[in-house]
Design a protein around this ligand. Structure first.
Ligand code: BG6
Length: 486
């Protein structure tokens, strides 16, 4: 039998939420890409399940439509698509009723070669689903489970879900997904820091003044009304993606790349986060405006009712440990902002003494911009002397040292995050999945923030769609003499 822990491919994949938006846009196209590139075993069966009554043939037609819509044109190979669709099976299931799970197990057939489950379901169905899997013998040693967010909406509900999962699966069998960890550029952060000598000696409070992490989006609600309004930007983006980016930026070098070493280092950072005080954060909500030239409605109009849910949040965070003493981490994320952009900006300190000052030379401290999306690059701003005879003084200018990852690796396939994560789940490598102690440290910090909001009755501040958020977010950095990188 195939046991989990050692990375070993399984022979069946069970997809919950198989007719949902995530399946259509991400999971099916990703699985197809893995199939197309011969990265999953020929005998891997993929069984989809959801509430809708569908036959295998209906599901294949559904998947075929999804691939037609979401695959890039250069992936659309008819023969390959046909052979991929042949792998797909479908079993309708009402996950709230235990009796349907027997038929699901029958559909899966022999799972002695290992089973991976991808569970993306409403939080209210978690317990019932785990109990159902257990009753049908789908939770043994050779089964691993991938859990897609939302996994609760505070520490308590997240712990309840984790407890329910732990009844049936060990932590080693549990793969909590944060799709940001599947992004190539996010993994590249570790390469940048730990495969190069030049940054690490300065990567601390001696060399760095502050760090900014921005994840801005131009989209609004995208039809996810109920979910988003109950969640808000803090829980939708900061609790998971942004804290993972922060942890990867701030962590110590792991002993090696294995799951335990990497996650041990991340969790130390997450546990060192200082509780945030009221005047170090800003909640915002978009009103109408124009994004990329198109007129868009405000949040309340999108939602169809008034609400105080934040669609933007900016936070001045502090990591209370030796390395980061006195180095603020400014975080901001929001919907309907000026641009779609995820980036980490490392602002180094100034040189201790400007030898060019008497000749008029002005210096800017070095800045490292790590752009994760939509473009992928690392850009170091360095000072250089403008060529000339300097009769009127020395002119120094910032010049970018550019590493365009998309260009340097133009021949490599740019894979979407779920390709990587699904393959790791199928093969059983947990390094890029989030461990329970990390999730809990994330929630602890986020819950304390929400408590401060409640205690201080912190209302959202309005910002025009297409802007960079409420002016208070600008003031948050400006009063420290810092400007957001825009
Ligand atoms: C999801 C959030 O986790 O991440 C969405 O629920 C958000 O609200 C999305 O739009 C952003 O992901 P990406 O990969 O487009 O940056």
């Amino acid at each position: 039998m195939n046991s989990v822990g050692a990375t070993k491919p399984c022979s069946a994949l069970l997809l919950f939420g198989a007719t949902g938006d995530l399946a259509k846009r991400m999971l099916l196209p990703s699985l197809f890409a893995l199939h197309d590139d011969g990265l999953i075993a020929k005998n891997l069966r993929i069984v989809g399940t959801a509430r809708s009554e569908m036959s295998d043939a209906d599901y294949r037609a559904f998947a075929s439509d999804a691939l037609a819509e979401y695959l890039p044109d250069d992936r659309k190979n008819k023969d390959q698509i046909r052979s991929f669709l042949d792998r797909l099976l479908y079993q309708p299931l009402d996950a709230s009723a235990i009796d349907g799970f027997g038929a699901l197990a029958d559909k899966l057939g022999d799972i002695s070669g290992g089973l991976s489950i991808f569970l993306s379901t409403a939080p209210s169905l978690f317990k019932a689903t785990i109990a159902g899997l257990q009753s049908a013998g789908l939770t043994g040693d050779n089964v691993r489970i991938g859990l897609e967010k939302p996994l609760g909406n505070d520490l308590e509900s997240s712990s309840a879900i984790n407890d329910a999962v732990a009844q049936a699966f060990t932590e080693e069998q549990t793969f909590r997904i944060d799709h940001y960890l599947g992004k190539e550029t996010v993994q590249n952060l570790m390469a940048l820091r730990f495969a190069n000598m030049m940054f690490e000696p300065l990567w601390n409070s001696t060399g760095i003044d502050h760090i900014e992490i921005t994840v801005s989006e131009t989209v609004g609600l995208e039809g996810r009304h109920g979910f988003y309004d109950d969640t808000g930007a803090l829980r939708d983006m900061v609790q998971n993606h942004m804290l993972q980016l922060l942890a990867l930026t701030a962590m110590e070098a792991p002993a090696n790349l294995d799951a335990t070493c990497v996650r041990d280092e991340k969790v130390k950072v997450l546990r060192s986060l200082r509780p945030v005080v009221a005047d170090e954060m800003v909640r915002g909500q978009y009103r109408d405006g124009a994004v990329k030239g198109a007129v868009v409605k405000g949040y309340a109009d999108d939602l169809g009712q008034d609400s105080d849910t934040e669609t933007f949040v900016a936070i001045k965070a502090h990591v209370d440990n030796w390395r980061w003493k006195g180095v603020p981490f400014y975080l901001r994320t929001g919907k309907r902002l000026a641009e779609r952009r995820s980036e980490i900006v490392i602002q180094f300190k100034s040189v201790p003494h400007n030898i060019f000052a008497e000749r008029g030379g002005k210096l800017h401290a070095n800045k490292l911009v790590i752009r994760l999306q939509p473009e992928e690059y690392v850009r170091l701003q360095v000072m250089a002397k403008e060529p000339g005879l300097d009769r009127n003084g020395v002119i120094l200018r910032e010049v970018p040292l550019d590493l365009s990852l998309s260009q340097a690796f133009s021949k490599s396939l740019n894979r979407i995050a779920y390709e990587r994560l699904l393959l790791d789940l199928i093969e059983g490598d947990p390094t890029l999945f989030v461990r329970r102690d990390e999730v809990e440290a994330q929630w602890r910090w986020v819950d304390a923030i929400r408590q401060v909001w409640t205690d201080n009755e912190m209302a959202t501040k309005s910002y025009g769609s297409g802007s960079w958020g409420p002016s208070a977010a600008i003031a948050l950095t400006e009063r420290d003499g810092v400007s957001w990188h825009e």
